[in-house]
Write a protein that binds this ligand. Structure first.
Ligand SMILES: [Zn+2]
Length: 198
């Protein structure tokens, strides 16, 4: 089977090889959280380096209080829209490969897109990394186009995109080392890896 595709049912001869649950596995959870912090700090530093002249207007509560409050609200709203947009991109690619409608979940602590289908290795690698790449490019362009005083509004969402992708990046590199023949089922909260019987 071409690994850039998906199956609705587990093909004959495939066996469950491994379950990955980042929430339950404390060691992996710690690693992902540490990576998220490093990425957030890196993005903060990077933002300071590339911030355009006049960017400090974002923080100017004294002289432009109403504008600052407005930008703060825009940032909150933008974060929520981003969170939904991130899962939507996972979902679009899940649908693209499987033609089965994915399931979405949203709570205060996490959001997810999941599917009961079995994805080939390449398809799953694309699904895992797509939101990070798509929004990374989109927000990158937006951060260059918005007026200087809005730079940090966009950049904080970009920071969220990069640091929040720590789990997706972990999964991407974890699956990258697996054999080409794997199938992955991702219900949104846990992943199961299947391998053909020897
Ligand atoms: Zn994700």
């Amino acid at each position: 089977m071409n690994s850039l595709s998906a199956k609705e049912t587990l093909p004959e001869g495939y066996m469950e090889a491994e379950k990955i649950d980042l929430v339950r596995n404390k060691k992996q959870m710690l690693l992902v959280n540490a990576l998220a912090i490093v990425l957030a700090l890196g993005m903060l530093g990077f933002g300071m380096l590339i911030a355009p002249e006049g960017h400090a207007a974002f923080f100017d509560l004294k002289n432009h209080a109403s504008a600052a409050v407005f930008k703060g609200l825009a940032l909150c709203l933008g974060s929520i829209v981003y969170l939904i947009g991130h899962e939507a991109v996972h979902g679009v690619f899940m649908w693209h490969y499987s033609h089965v409608k994915p399931a979405f979940g949203l709570s205060f602590t996490y959001a997810y897109a999941g599917s009961e289908c079995y994805f080939g290795k390449k398809a799953y690698l694309v699904i895992a990394l797509a939101p990070f790449v798509f929004w990374g490019i989109g927000l990158g362009i937006a951060s260059l186009l918005v007026p200087a005083g809005w730079f940090w509004v966009v950049w904080f969402i970009q920071l969220m995109n990069v640091s929040g992708a720590a789990g997706d990046l972990f999964v991407f590199f974890y699956m990258l080392r697996k054999p080409e023949t794997i199938l992955v089922q991702d219900t949104g909260t846990a992943m199961t890896v299947y391998l053909p019987e020897q």
